[in-house]
Design a protein around this ligand. Structure first.
Ligand code: SF4
Length: 411
């Protein structure tokens, strides 16, 4: 592995093993696809050019490499640079052969969502969040969004159950529990969410703020939460940034959303996920809160926010089909997946969701809220309540399907 200074990027090409992308102290291996090599001349130059072009189009550094690997592979499968003369855009990374986008379902569900006025953006105002105009709301949302992951436990290498525990006198589930932990911590210590405090948190402090009303510790992977706090706080300090300065810099840019996302691509807790789930979620929150911390432009579009509720819904509603029987059975049985199986499903869900935004004409904020909120009618542990679900008439009703089970800090 290799490390760089915070905020710096390094790409190392590894021939038929792919490329290593180093973002500060974090690195990701992007594998190549099997291909018959005819002429390797210019493979590295092609990779560099494609990466730079992708980064200039605001792609995440790892997604820039995923796409560059595809075009480099195409280039070396022909003699000379012939493959690069194509006027078509650079290929997206391919959907894994074990999975298929179901275009009929994508179209049907997009049309349905487009006709539903209740599918609209959520203002992120609720009892678990700081009140409107809280003086430290920005610190809060930047620090707490980093922790939006892993609200479920494992038993015998299988998904066991979601986090549900009492806090502030109310039973809260998953992300609501986490938002409330940070809200209560902010009430006790107004600087708790500052990058400085997050950079130096210790495990005992974190355990205290995350314990429930009965003094129990329900967070299934608390050590990962400590690491995420440190990654976030330390990168912010190294780059001399704080939430207000990031918003200020973004607003001064000709494209505030892209500028904002590009800064988060350098900050621990956000930068690691090639599909930018937490970055996208934070951008939506800051845009949709009544304070409108981060105004978008009309032409701005945001990447789909792909968490496990999104993936479960994509699988159950038939937006993506699993063609591989072994993988299908692992999903139904809720067995822990390998990294490449998880990536295959998540990337396919991402592509399906991108198409739904395009076809429905609804903004990502509305589609994201619909997918997240449908966790109530299509939950993890009890049978789906299809008769109360907004997409019952167009759903494929694959009720036995389950999201990928894997411990990740990305979602
Ligand atoms: S609740 Fe029923 S109709 Fe709705 S997404 Fe789940 S399986 Fe489909």
């Amino acid at each position: 592995s290799a490390t760089m200074d915070t905020g710096k990027l390094l790409y190392i090409t590894l021939g038929d093993k792919g490329a290593l992308i180093v973002q500060g102290s974090h690195s990701t291996l992007v594998p190549t696809h099997p291909i018959t090599e005819i002429d390797p001349t210019g493979a590295g130059d092609t990779f560099c050019g494609a990466v730079l072009a992708n980064i200039l189009q605001n792609k995440h550094p790892v997604m820039a490499a995923h796409e560059a690997v595809v075009i480099s592979a195409k280039m070396i499968s022909q003699i000379g640079p012939k493959a690069l003369y194509s006027k078509k855009p650079i290929s997206q990374p391919q959907i894994d052969a074990r999975i298929r986008l179901n275009n009929t379902q994508i179209k049907k569900i997009s049309e349905k969502l487009s006709s539903l006025p209740e599918v609209s953006p959520f203002p992120f105002v609720s009892k678990v969040l700081p009140p409107i105009n809280h003086p430290k709301a920005l610190d809060y949302f930047f620090a707490a969004t980093v922790h939006q992951f892993s609200f479920w436990s494992i038993h015998n290498q299988k998904y066991y159950q979601p986090l549900i525990a009492p806090l502030g006198g109310v039973m809260l589930k998953g992300s609501d529990y986490l938002w409330k932990c940070f809200s209560l911590a902010l009430e006790r210590d107004v600087e708790f969410c500052s990058p400085n405090r997050q950079a130096s948190l210790n495990l005992d402090e974190l355990k205290t703020i995350m314990q429930d009303d009965n003094g129990n510790q329900p967070m299934p992977a608390i050590e990962l939460h400590l690491e995420e706090s440190h990654r976030y706080g330390r990168d912010m300090l190294a780059l001399n940034l704080d939430p207000e300065s990031i918003i200020k810099q973004s607003k001064f840019s000709s494209n505030p959303l892209s500028a904002f996302i590009n800064i988060l691509d350098q900050i621990g807790g956000y930068k690691e996920d090639p599909l930018r789930k937490k970055s996208g979620l934070l951008a939506l929150i800051l845009n949709q809160r009544p304070e409108n911390f981060l105004p978008f432009q009309k032409t701005d579009h945001i990447d789909p926010v792909i968490d496990y509720h999104n993936m479960r819904l994509c699988l159950r509603a038939g937006l993506i089909d699993i063609l591989d029987e072994k993988l299908n059975k692992k999903l139904i049985d809720r067995i822990i997946l390998s990294k490449d199986e998880e990536w295959a499903i998540r990337y396919a869900a991402y592509c399906a969701r991108q198409q739904i935004v395009n076809l429905s004409g609804k903004p990502e904020g509305a589609i994201d809220w619909f997918f997240f909120n449908t966790r109530k009618t299509c939950p993890e542990m009890t049978p789906p309540l299809c008769e109360s679900c907004l997409i019952d008439s167009v759903c494929d009703h694959k009720k036995e399907m389950f999201q990928p089970v894997i411990r990740t800090t990305y979602y």
